[in-house]
Design a protein around this ligand. Structure first.
Ligand SMILES: [Zn+2]
Length: 230
C-alpha cells in the first residue's frame, strides 16, 4: 500500500484527458494523441547476444519491468518449445504473452510437475545437422506472428528470443528481418536475442550487449536446475 503519494492522481494529471484504465500506457497515449512527450518514448532496437548465459534472462527482466508500467509485452521464442520453463507460468501471471515456435520436450509434463528434472534430452533443441521440415514450418509461423505483431495495439514491447540463432541456422533469412526492421513503426520497442549477430544488425541497433561466457556450471558437470536455468 502506498501512503503519502497517490501515484494514480499524479498520472491522471500528467495524462490529462486520457481515459486511464487500471494500467498506465504512455506509449499508447502518445500514439493516439500524436503529442510529443517531454520524456519521449521512442522505439529502439536492442540486441543481447553472445555465448554466455543471461540473454533471455535479461529480456525477461525487461518484460517484467515493462509489464509493471502497463505496457503490452509479447515474447516470441524461436528454437525453444520447452513448455516446462518457469517463465511461461510467470509471464501468464503478469499478463505477458509468450509464444514458442521451437520443438517441445517429450518430458515437458513430468518436468513441469516436478516429477522429473530436465535431463538434457536433446530432443527439444534444434541442431544445425538435424533441421526438419517441421522446424522450418514452425519458424515460418513464428515469423508470421512477428509481422502481425506490428498491428495496432498488439505489442508495445516485442521480444524475439533466439531469433538470431534461427538466422544462424538458416531457418530464417536475415534479409527478411532487416527488411522488416526498416519499416517498423514508432512502437514497439524490439529486443533480439541469440548467440551471434551480424555487423548489419549491430549497425541498426540502438543498444547492443554482448554476454560473454567466463564460467558456466555446465563445465563442472552441473545440469540445468529447476527454477534457475528453466
Ligand atoms: Zn527435453
Amino acid at each position: 500500500m502506498l501512503t503519502g503519494i497517490n501515484v494514480n492522481n499524479i498520472t491522471t494529471r500528467m495524462l490529462d484527458g486520457w481515459p486511464l484504465e487500471n494500467n498506465i500506457n504512455i506509449n499508447r497515449y502518445w500514439r493516439e494523441t500524436g503529442g510529443k512527450p517531454d520524456n519521449e518514448v521512442n522505439k529502439l532496437l536492442q540486441i543481447y547476444y553472445g555465448d554466455g548465459k543471461g540473454k533471455t534472462t535479461a529480456a525477461l527482466g525487461l518484460a517484467m519491468r515493462a509489464a509493471g508500467h502497463g505496457y503490452k509485452v509479447r515474447i516470441i521464442q524461436f528454437m525453444k518449445g520447452n513448455a516446462y520453463s518457469g517463465e511461461l507460468a510467470s509471464a501468464s501471471k503478469l499478463g505477458i504473452e509468450m509464444f514458442q515456435f521451437g520443438r517441445s520436450c517429450p518430458q515437458a509434463d513430468l518436468i513441469k510437475s516436478g516429477v522429473m528434472e530436465c535431463d538434457n534430452c536433446g530432443q527439444c533443441w534444434i541442431s544445425r545437422e538435424g533441421i526438419t521440415a517441421l522446424d522450418k514450418k514452425k519458424t515460418d509461423m513464428g515469423w508470421q506472428l512477428v509481422q502481425d505483431s506490428l498491428q495496432e495495439g498488439q505489442a508495445d514491447i516485442l521480444i524475439l528470443d533466439e531469433i538470431l540463432h534461427a538466422l544462424d541456422l538458416g531457418l530464417l533469412a536475415e534479409e527478411k528481418l532487416i527488411g522488416w526492421l526498416q519499416q517498423v513503426p514508432a512502437v514497439p520497442e524490439i529486443i533480439l536475442t541469440g548467440r551471434k549477430v551480424s555487423p548489419e544488425l549491430i549497425a541498426m541497433a540502438d543498444l547492443v550487449s554482448e554476454i560473454r561466457k567466463i564460467k558456466h556450471p555446465y563445465e563442472q558437470g552441473i545440469k540445468a536446475r529447476r527454477g534457475i536455468e528453466y
